[in-house]
Ligand binder design. Structure first.
Ligand SMILES: NC(=O)C1=CN([C@@H]2O[C@H](COP(=O)(O)OP(=O)(O)OC[C@H]3O[C@@H](n4cnc5c(N)ncnc54)[C@H](O)[C@@H]3O)[C@@H](O)[C@H]2O)C=CC1
Ligand SMILES: O=C(O)C1=N[C@H](C(=O)O)C[C@H](O)C1
Length: 238
């Protein structure tokens, strides 16, 4: 597979290492310093683009690739207000686009457990629920994309929770997401149901970025044979 890397930071480098180990070729690396090179890039030399850049760069990178007919796997967080526009462009161009807030298999299993638990807990209003996330201090966005997906999983399955806020809120209908930044933490997420009597806690801690990077490469191997807007549910069939 001929892979174009969009974003060559912590994730771009980790993806490169896993992709090379699986026998793929890296045909380009677009980063902050050479972002303009994407405009003149020859799309016939690329099978798939893997995009892990930063919130203000994702939309431009993805739309340029879709315009050129390059399938795009994106994991950048913090730009999702513009995702509907990308999905429209993907459909218009007959292309392929895949977004996930988290590419690790473990987290995607955790998302399913979270939805199941929220549905069950809706019958027990004595428990309040919150989401905590901890990431490294270089992270640009808060809350994390993964924490937002977890919050949406709770809200979709609990009648009494209607929206999330990125602070501690004491309202029955609000779900608090609390964000913490500590050196070198790849990504830790916890969903806690608290009552006066006990706590129920589900927790995922990434020990390394390898799980995110491997997931992105596996999706990159799969996406070029697909058409349209795809998600982890299409890929994993959990
Ligand atoms: N979905 C998932 O599984 C995961 C998502 N992420 C997300 O991926 C993104 C990148 O994470 P990291 O690699 O840790 O960040 P990083 O800060 O280490 O790397 C980001 C890179 O993007 C580059 N960049 C800036 N403007 C650009 C442009 N216009 N075009 C191309 N590249 C540009 C920067 O120069 C930098 O090297 C973040 O949004 C993060 O939240 C991170 C890990 C897992
Ligand atoms: O910025 C990161 O590092 C991560 N970002 C993603 C997120 O915002 O959820 C995924 C992972 O937690 C690491």
């Amino acid at each position: 597979m001929r892979i174009l890397l969009l974003g060559y930071g912590k994730m771009g480098r980790s993806i490169e290492s896993i992709a090379l180990g699986r026998g793929h070729e890296i045909v380009g690396k677009i980063d902050m310093n050479n972002a303009g090179d994407l405009d003149s890039l020859d799309a016939s030399k690329v099978d798939v683009a893997i995009e892990f850049s930063q919130p203000d760069a994702a939309f431009g990178n993805i739309s340029k690739c879709l315009e050129k007919g390059i399938p795009v796997v994106s994991g950048t967080t913090g730009w999702l207000d513009k995702k509907p526009e990308i999905e429209k462009l993907c459909k218009k161009k007959g292309g392929a686009f895949f977004y996930a807030s988290n590419f690790s298999i473990g987290v995607n299993i955790f998302f399913k457990v979270n939805a199941f638990l929220a549905k069950m807990m809706d019958a027990y209003p004595e428990y309040d629920v919150k989401v905590d996330e901890i990431h490294h201090t270089e992270k640009k966005d808060a809350p994390s994309g993964t924490a937002i997906t977890l919050a949406e999983g709770v809200i979709d399955n609990m009648v009494r929770k209607q929206y999330w806020q990125n602070e501690n809120v004491d309202k029955d209908e609000a779900l608090s997401i609390l964000s913490y930044r500590e050196p070198d933490v790849p990504g830790t997420h916890t969903v806690t149901y608290h009552s006066e009597i006990d706590d129920i806690v589900i927790h995922h801690a990434a020990h390394t970025r390898k799980g995110f990077a491997l997931g992105a490469v596996l999706v990159g191997e799969w996406l070029p044979a697909q058409k349209g807007v795809k998600t982890m549910d299409d890929f994993l069939k959990l």
